[in-house]
Design a protein around this ligand. Sequence first.
Ligand code: SAM
Length: 301
Amino acid sequence: MTKRTPFLRWAGGKRWIAARIGPLLRPLIRGRYIEPFLGSGALFFELCPDRAILGDLNRDLIGVFLQVRDRAAEIEEALRHIPVSVEVYSEMRESRPSDDFTRAVRFIYLNRTCYGGLYRTNRGGTFNVPYGGGSRTPEAVYRDHLLIQAAGALAGTGIEIRHADFQVLVDCSGPGDVLFCDPTYRSAGRGRFDRYGPDVFSWEDQQRLATAAREAKSRGAVVVIMNIDDPDVRALYDDAALIIGLARKKAIGNPVKDDSWHREVIAVFSDETPRDWASLVCAGNQNRQGEEAVSLIATAI
Ligand SMILES: C[S@@+](CC[C@H](N)C(=O)[O-])C[C@H]1O[C@@H](n2cnc3c(N)ncnc32)[C@H](O)[C@@H]1O
């Protein structure tokens, strides 16, 4: 199936690298594609596999994916009739719809109009991101039929969508399955936790993921994990078949001297990792207009 455009904006989303990683993963998938930290599902929509298990701990997010799968056209029509303004945004943010359909419309509207496409809640689980406006309004969703496109990828009988902790999905993997794990990143190694909602993703969770990944690999699965590049994370994955360090920036600069470069790693657990991964990830990175969008340097360790 041809690739689709993710319908959500998502902090930490992998839209920027999906077109690089997708072709590397596709030939390795002999069983199911498993994505336990779904977010906007950038890699899933890049691959559009026939058999997949998609999961996330964010119950509202999973509710949206289920509604998009089942009622994409109706959601697009509902979005078409909601004006984009700070007043309407505030009303939507305060609203507490009780049915799944209206909750999904609200979620997508807020996601497309909030500041930076962030999903952030207070400790009570209430969405609290301010209005952003900007260019990625809900209009793009119905104008380009992103939900109907997404539904085409989600509706197959081989696609399972689950509200679950990542470990449930990782533990059910077996021979021939490929897992793409994109957890909440370690928070800069300063002992602070990172979170999307009320649930923290602690260092113990990072360790739990590393252990589950090793076990999945020993059952015959391929596991690809992304995270921030810091010494603790590298130590956590020091037995991976391959670690690729990425440095990226939206402007030209010196990655060695300049702190504004984002440094991330890709750890690959597999018996048969192609050694050309780093060069492929590194090879250019263009935006939709074909211009160099981010500078990306990848190094295999
Ligand atoms: C970095 S985002 C994933 C972004 C995604 N790859 C994309 O392209 O949009 C991390 C996701 O992990 C989810 N998450 C956090 N803790 C989790 C857990 N224990 N189990 C499963 N999902 C979790 C968050 O809700 C968030 O959607």
